[in-house]
Design a binder for this molecule. Structure first.
Ligand code: NAP
Length: 287
C-alpha cells in the first residue's frame, strides 16, 4: 500500500495511474501538481487526486512514491525542483515515452536521490490529454517497461513493479538503449507516419472532400495524429537518432513500392504485401 503518492503532471497518464491505484485500494492519499490550477481542481472534483500543490516541492514533501508524468521536455526541471524536498527514502519514477534523455536528466539533477529513481514507461495511452482523459482501466493487461540501472536500489524497483501490477499491468524489463530502439519502431515511427499523412493530405487543394470520404481504415490509421503535439515534439527531440534512422529506412520502403508501381511489377507488390500481411497476422493477430 502506498501511503502518500505525489503525481507531478495530472494528465492522461498520471490521472489514470491515480484512479487505477485508488480502485485497487493500493494508495491511501494522492496529491497532484501541475501549472494549471483549474486542471488540478478538476482532478479533485473527479476524485483523481485528494489534494493539490502549487509547487513541486510542496507536492513531493512527505510522499513515499513520486511519479513524474509531465512531457519529456519538462522532466529535467521537475527533477531539479523535487530534489530539495523529497524524502531520502522516497521512490521516484517517471512515465516518459523515451528513456535515454530522462535517465540522463535524472542522473544529472537528482544527486544522492539517483539510486531511488526507477525509469518507467507504460505502453498504454490514447490520443487524448489532460485530467479528464484519465480512466482507471487504462493499464489493465497492458505492458509497463521498467529500465532500472545498475545503481538503482532493488527495493525501489520492487515498489514501482508492485505499483503497476496493482493497476493490472504486465511488467517487462529492458535496458534504456534497447527500450528507445524498440519504441522508436513500434510507437514513435507510427506517430510520425500518421502526422505526415494527415499533414500531407491537408495540404492538397481538395482536402476537405478527401477527409469527408475518409473511411474506417483512414480513421484507424490517422487517429494517433490527434495526439498532443507538445508530447510528440518532445519524443522526437528525445529519441531523434533512433527515429531518424527508421524514417530513412521507411522512405526506402516507400520508394520500393513506388518503383514497383511505376514498373507495373505485380509480383513485387504481391510479395511485399503478402509478407507484411503474414507477419502482422502471426505477430499481432486480430488486435
Ligand atoms: P498530458 O495529458 O498532457 O499530461 C501532462 C501533464 O503535465 C498535464 O496535466 C500538465 O499540466 C503537466 N505539465 C505539462 N507541462 C508541464 C511543465 N512544464 N511543468 C509541470 N507540469 C507540466 O500528457 P500525458 O499523455 O499524460 O503524457 C505525460 C507523459 O507520459 C509524457 O512524458 C509522455 O511521454 C508519457 N506517455 C504518454 C502516453 C500517451 O499515450 N499519452 C503513453 C505513455 C507515456 P499543466 O498544464 O497543468 O501543467
Amino acid at each position: 500500500m502506498i501511503d502518500r503518492l505525489a503525481i507531478i503532471g495530472v494528465g492522461l497518464i498520471g490521472s489514470s495511474l491515480a484512479l487505477a491505484l485508488k480502485q485497487a485500494g493500493a494508495v491511501r492519499q494522492v496529491i497532484g501538481y501541475g501549472r494549471n490550477l483549474e486542471n488540478l481542481e478538476k482532478g479533485i472534483e473527479l476524485g483523481v487526486i485528494d489534494s493539490l500543490a502549487t509547487t513541486v516541492a510542496d507536492c513531493v514533501r512527505g510522499a513515499d512514491v513520486i511519479v513524474v508524468a509531465v512531457p519529456l521536455g519538462a522532466m529535467r526541471q521537475v527533477f531539479a525542483e523535487l530534489k530539495a524536498s523529497s524524502g531520502r527514502d522516497a521512490v521516484i519514477t517517471d512515465v516518459g515515452s523515451a528513456k535515454g534523455s530522462v535517465v540522463a536528466a535524472a542522473r544529472e539533477e537528482l544527486g544522492d536521490l539517483w539510486s531511488r529513481f526507477v525509469p518507467g514507461h507504460p505502453i498504454a495511452g490514447t490520443e487524448k490529454s489532460g485530467v479528464e482523459a484519465g480512466f482507471a482501466s487504462l493499464y489493465q493487461g497492458r505492458r509497463v517497461i521498467l529500465t532500472p540501472l545498475e545503481q538503482t536500489d532493488a527495493d525501489a524497483v520492487e515498489v514501482i513493479d508492485d505499483m503497476w501490477q496493482h493497476c493490472g499491468a504486465i511488467m517487462e524489463y529492458l535496458s534504456v538503449e534497447h527500450h528507445d530502439k524498440v519504441l522508436a519502431a513500434t510507437s514513435h515511427l507510427p506517430h510520425m507516419l500518421a502526422y505526415a499523412l494527415v499533414h500531407h493530405l491537408s495540404n492538397l487543394n481538395d482536402h476537405e472532400e478527401i477527409f469527408r470520404y475518409a473511411a474506417g481504415g483512414f480513421r484507424d490509421f490517422s487517429r494517433i495524429a490527434s495526439s498532443d503535439p507538445v508530447m510528440w515534439r518532445d519524443v522526437c527531440l528525445a529519441n531523434g537518432d533512433a527515429l531518424v534512422t527508421l524514417i530513412d529506412q521507411y522512405q526506402q520502403e516507400l520508394e520500393r513500392i513506388a518503383s514497383a508501381i511505376r514498373d507495373g511489377d505485380a509480383d513485387e507488390l504481391l510479395k511485399l504485401f503478402g509478407r507484411a500481411k503474414s507477419e502482422r497476422d502471426s505477430l499481432i493477430g486480430n488486435c
